[in-house]
Design a protein around this ligand. Structure first.
Ligand code: SAH
Length: 209
């Protein structure tokens, strides 16, 4: 792990240069060894500011996108956060440093098993993982203070919006494959407020598992 010290410091500087100003987010990214979340053959690329392929045709998101999405969640340390699309478990691991508990769902069982092992090896314990269809959310643990989707869909599932608390924040890629936007949705008593952050490219949210 020590061997990536320089690469990691450089990545954090790049992210700061790209406008990531929240020191707690940068420090969470600094705390998570990304090299353990990518396939062994790609370890040398772990601290490039790029998304990388993981098993079963899925991807681990670009560090800049992880940082922007995490920042947009405006975490204070007290929140319960639902993630749809656990994948490698990297985004979830970053979140565990910034909130009370993470609930992360994944439809592909082998990915979930790998993520579970990594998180255990890292002794991260404020996380619950579930193999299941994220389109249905996690009703037993709802409502959530924050929800993050790391897979894109033309329309954000209504069930997930309903599992968000009032004044809760959801961050999600929305739109057709070719034209996704990262949206930040805040639930108010009066309805949902939307803000568009930036164009993104995520693997699709697929219903069922
Ligand atoms: N957050 C991940 C990125 C994962 S890529 C990381 O940090 O590595 C998106 C993931 O969403 C994929 O693993 C894909 O299998 C998963 N996914 C797609 N549709 C889903 C669904 N309906 N329920 C749960 N997970 C889903």
């Amino acid at each position: 792990m020590q061997e990536f010290h320089t690469e990691k410091a450089q990545l954090i500087m790049t992210l700061r240069g790209q406008g990531i100003g929240d020191a707690t987010v940068l420090s969470a990214l600094e705390s998570v060894p990304r090299e353990l979340f990518v396939p062994p053959a790609l370890r040398q690329h772990a601290y490039e500011n790029a998304s990388l392929p993981i098993a079963l045709d899925q991807t681990i998101s670009q560090p800049y996108v992880v940082a922007r999405m995490t920042e947009a969640l405006r975490l204070t340390g007290r929140e319960r956060v639902l993630e749809i699309g656990c994948g490698s478990g990297y985004q979830a691991a970053v979140l565990t440093y910034l909130c009370r508990r993470v609930y992360s769902m994944e439809r592909l069982k082998p990915l979930l098993v790998d993520a579970e092992n990594r998180l255990r090896d890292l002794r991260i314990s404020n996380i619950s993982l579930r193999h299941g269809d994220g389109v249905k959310g996690w009703p037993e643990a709802a409502p959530f203070d924050r929800i993050i989707l790391t897979c894109g869909s033309a329309k954000i599932p209504d069930i997930l919006l309903q599992q968000l608390k009032i004044d809760g924040i959801m961050v999600a890629p929305e739109g057709a494959d070719s034209a996704q936007q990262l949206v930040v949705i805040t639930r108010r008593e009066s309805g949902f407020e939307r803000e568009v952050l930036m164009p993104v490219t995520f693997v699709p949210l697929i219903e069922g598992c």
